[in-house]
Ligand binder design. Structure first.
Ligand code: PGA
Length: 250
């Protein structure tokens, strides 16, 4: 049985004092969950968040990283730097980074390799646009993204990676994919991984759904056969709402 992983993606929100207050409020209300709880916070919140989640079941992730360990890359932060302060997860290839910051399947691939090299666990995002969904090419787009992102990644490395299927048209729009559509696309991702790595390996991979997940739809989504939790944006900014998503089955 795969575990469920519920990750918040705060995007460019929350000052350190807000992050600290959020964690103080969240920790007691998610302490009994059997699911994994992750908060992916802005760089400036990482250190405060890491200190404040000690002795809780909440884990901390970053939202991006550079693939080089160090060097002349003004403004960038490396995986090695994240690891050095105790960060455990890192989102790679979020659609907003692909859209606004020229991230490609190739940079995603480099970042995954670099994250794994310093034992950071990547949360790799894939997803189609509305136009692609409407023209019936979702499976082709998604499997291409998977193929390129995972080029040169071994089966042992695959075990450390979480995939987030996030249809771009569902992100921040209030439009959620139907649970059937989300599950079908995630099954297609698993089928592709089975071709690349074998069925057993593919069956073990955690694949989340993301895109307007909220407390009112989390249960129906997360109870589907292939949806192993969620990557949650807007609804992860309020501790009580996020706790209801984490506690979807209580
Ligand atoms: P949303 O964002 O939940 O606000 O749609 C999800 C994401 O971008 O990861």
């Amino acid at each position: 049985m795969r575990r469920k992983v519920i990750a918040g993606n705060w995007k460019m929100n929350m000052l350190p004092n807000e992050a600290i207050n959020f964690i103080d409020e969240l920790a007691p209300i998610v302490k009994d969950t059997k699911h994994e709880v992750i908060l992916c916070v802005p760089y400036t919140d990482l250190f405060y968040a890491l200190l404040n989640v000690q002795e809780t079941n909440i884990k901390i992730g970053a939202q991006n990283m550079h693939w080089e360990e160090n060097g002349a890359y003004t403004g960038e932060v490396s995986g090695k730097m994240l690891k050095s302060i105790g960060v455990e997860y890192v989102i790679i290839g979020h659609s907003e980074r692909r859209q606004y910051f020229a991230e490609t399947d190739e940079t995603v691939n480099k970042k995954i390799k670099s994250a794994l090299a310093v034992e950071l666990k990547p949360i790799v995002c894939v997803g189609e646009t509305l136009e692609q969904r409407e023209s019936g090419v979702t499976e082709q787009i998604i499997t291409e993204q998977i193929e390129k992102a995972f080029e040169g990644i071994s089966a042992t490395e695959l075990e450390k990676i979480i995939i987030a299927y996030e249809p771009i048209w569902a992100i921040g729009t209030g439009k959620t994919a139907t649970k059937e559509d989300a599950n079908t696309t995630i099954m297609q991702i698993r089928k592709k991984l089975a071709e690349m790595y074998g069925q057993n390996e593919a069956n073990g991979v955690i694949i989340q759904y993301g895109g307007s997940v909220k407390s009112s739809n989390a249960k129906e989504l997360f109870e589907m056969s292939d949806i192993d939790g969620g990557l949650v944006g807007g609804a992860s900014l309020k501790a009580e709402e996020f706790s209801k998503i984490v506690n979807f089955d209580i």
